[in-house]
Design a protein around this ligand. Sequence first.
Ligand SMILES: *Cc1c(COP(=O)(O)O)cnc(C)c1O
Length: 460
Amino acid sequence: MSKAEPITDTVYTRAPFWNDVPDAKWMDWRWQMSHRLNSVDELAQVINLTESERKALSANDLFRVDITPYFASLMDPDDPNCPVRKQIVPTEAELVPFHSMMEDSLAEDKHSPVPGLVHRYPDRVLMLVTTQCASYCRYCTRSRIVGDPTQTFSRTDFDAQIEYIEQTPQIRDVLLSGGDPLTIAPKTVDMILARLRAIPHLEIIRIGSRVPVFLPMRVNQQFTDMLEKYHPLWLNIHVNHPKEIAPELAAACERLAKAGVPLGNQSVLLAGVNDSVRIQRKLAHELVKIRVRPYYLYQCDLVEGAGHLRTSVSKGIEIMEGLRGHTSGYAVPTYVVDAPGGGGKIPVAPNYVIAQSPGKVVLRNFEGFITTYSEPLDYDPHAILDQESRIEPRLEPGQEGIHGLLQGQRMAIEPAGFEDVHARGGAEHRLRSGDVKQKWQPLGVGSIESKPAQLTEPEE
Ligand SMILES: *Cc1c(COP(=O)(O)O)cnc(C)c1O
């Protein structure tokens, strides 16, 4: 798409198979939803299916397939390696299990205080409002629940989710996800947003949705007018390849941006789809042109069906090396590995710090230029203490992590069972006092929040 593409409701993207559909129908999101493709016969009318795609589409227990006619029109009918096609049309490779594959690789179920709510970070929650999507990504991280029409959330579940948020004042940010929250009835989205906005401690509401990409006609003026009532409201879309940035998506983003919704993009690093610096750079550039800021680039999760779409982590680091410095900072996402087992998102980046000594840090830039930053020798981190003491501490401590170590709140973080393995009794006969714990209190070195712990008086 070029820079000055007019933003209208004109049809730009439509495969020849649907040429006879009137424009008004084509641009009606309900028509798109009820004419989605999901079988060999339907898909064969639009693309030339390979043997592998046919076999996968006929397999039992296949993760749900559904593709909107609009998004299907972006596929290359003759190229099985088309980056759009690979994201939504299954192949036989999807049926092959792989080493370390998991059903719930992010351990979300364990972090659910009520059905559909995932509370894993200190101040924000993920609220799954539906299990349905406009189309189904083959590498879906939540394929264990997504797409199953018998397993979705009810009004009672919403009530329980909202009640938990109301009663948990440390939650200042709610992220609506699913499934895709924009596939549910617009009235229901309105109702959920209104109820969330009524919660005084809730500062921001976010929506994670691929509807602008799969079904841009759903993001009409009426819908963005409704969203505008609930600011501050942020929205992340999910685009993986520049080919997905059709004028229809640009128009949807324009409507969202005009409604004052800051837009971000979360993409997944996928083998054979976008695992190249040139494609990622192009993607970032096309996104910022439509006012969408690249937010996260995810390492593909260890989820069933996604084995063949995974890359190495080093590929992600190489891509980040090719972005930072080479293009606008606004166009650079954060590359993250969502920790298998439920550790949350872990940023992974090239190393820019080469060496350190007291007073000096040696850094390198994207070109390989190496420089020294001289640190102030009289820097006093305690000068901020008074101001800082006026900001309330966290309501639910316990996730202070490595930052807590730096603050002197504790000295170590031990893996489970560490105490038992190392309690071999030696402490008792080496030290005269039985009070071993007290001798090992952190001194609070570097602590700017707590007072340094008192040193115990030497025993007489
Ligand atoms: C990704 C995610 C969030 C939001 O994380 P941010 O880094 O704040 O965007 C919140 N909760 C869960 C469970 C998540 O997976």
